[in-house]
Design a protein around this ligand. Sequence first.
Ligand SMILES: Cc1ncc(COP(=O)(O)O)c(C=O)c1O
Length: 452
Amino acid sequence: MTQNLENALAYSERWLGIIKQNEVSEVLGKEIITESKQNFAEHFNKGWLEYRKSVTEAGDWAAVEWTGSGAVFKDVLGREYLDCLGGYGMLNHGWSHPDVVAAVRAQLGRTPMPSQELIDPLRGVLARMMADITPGDLKYSWFAASGTEAIEASIKIAKLYTQKPAFIVAVKAFHGKTMGSLSMLGKADYRQPMGMLYGGPVYHVPFGDAEAVERQLEICDTIGVGVAGVLLEPIQGEAGAIVPPDTFWPRVREATQKYGALLIADEVQTGLGRTGKLWGVEHWNVVPDIIAVAKSLGGGVMPISAVTTTEEIFQPMMYPNPFMHTTTTGGGALACSAAIASINVTLRDRLWEQAAEKGEYFISKLREFAEEYPQVYNKVTGKGLLIGMHFQTPQIGYKVAAELFKRGVLVAGTLTNAQTIRIEPPLIIECAQIDEVLNRLDDTLAEVSKTL
Ligand SMILES: Cc1ncc(COP(=O)(O)O)c(C=O)c1O
């Protein structure tokens, strides 16, 4: 073995030893912090480390996460934080939900991955459950690991079924960063540096503007460009919890039907209760042709995503070639066990109702702050526990996030800057914890407003 291979072997042994420890001493904790920062700077992403200064340099020692339960997580030195980010929508169930962990542990003891050749039960169970919990006659599912893969699959299914090339998407939309979903992204900062992406036409229209969607469909029809799908988030997440007017989704549904385009709901972030309904589209009683979901489908324990559609639309994924779109690890047994438990907990504990009630309270309190501090806030938007605090400037947003973190509350800006901060806690956050976040925010706002 070369020296490098010897080094990697020894290093993995050191870390396998640490991974198996639940508690770490303060000395080891400090070693882990130093080592983690060094590894990130030298081998993972130096820019990432610098960009996250508010988190990595808060206090004497950078916060390196270690463990968590419910809406609280601890860093490697045992300091506690209230999680108001929820892994960008991945932690609806909170950190390490015991029922999800138990299901995954049991499956792990038996077999984590399928042979790929035989029939494995959990994939079928999850597909059947997806048919039950999605609206209308959505019936067949395809599984992968990430949200972006679910969007890629949705794009392919829409193209295969309609045999048309174009897509209509929204400005400021976020659908993931692989080549197809990136083409549908509404933020030029991420799309343009990659140059030419999806080969067919993609039209960006303002989110929430039904007339713009109708007009684009009409123009495409007139000039003979077939539209395969209109792809939208029910409520825009990454854009800052932007809620469209109530007429938007019903009008888009009608227009897509008129022009024979599929309506694709990207529920990667809004799905499974986040906005106060099981699915975001249910706020407007709309049944889309395709639903894509990810993030909290894995219960915050395993990565898994799904695309669910009708039997008719799924036909070209089954015949003549059932292997038209596949991925080796997607929908493995371990991931499916997590998703089955995640859906079970969501339904059993009616997590969407919790999101609706807690969100209404949270939003009303934040709006009171916005009125009290007009020099700090622009507005507060959102539904359920997908909330956006929009500040007067990115600098103010950054200060609020950094000061909140110093007070033990995790929030984050959008991918472009901190002018908008998302509040997206686990849906199981306790009411007393929301009040504690509000107390710390009150304190933060008083301090930040003094500096303006
Ligand atoms: C609405 C939406 N779609 C798709 C994605 C991409 O998901 P992933 O990061 O798992 O690829 C995201 C991620 O934030 C998202 O918010």
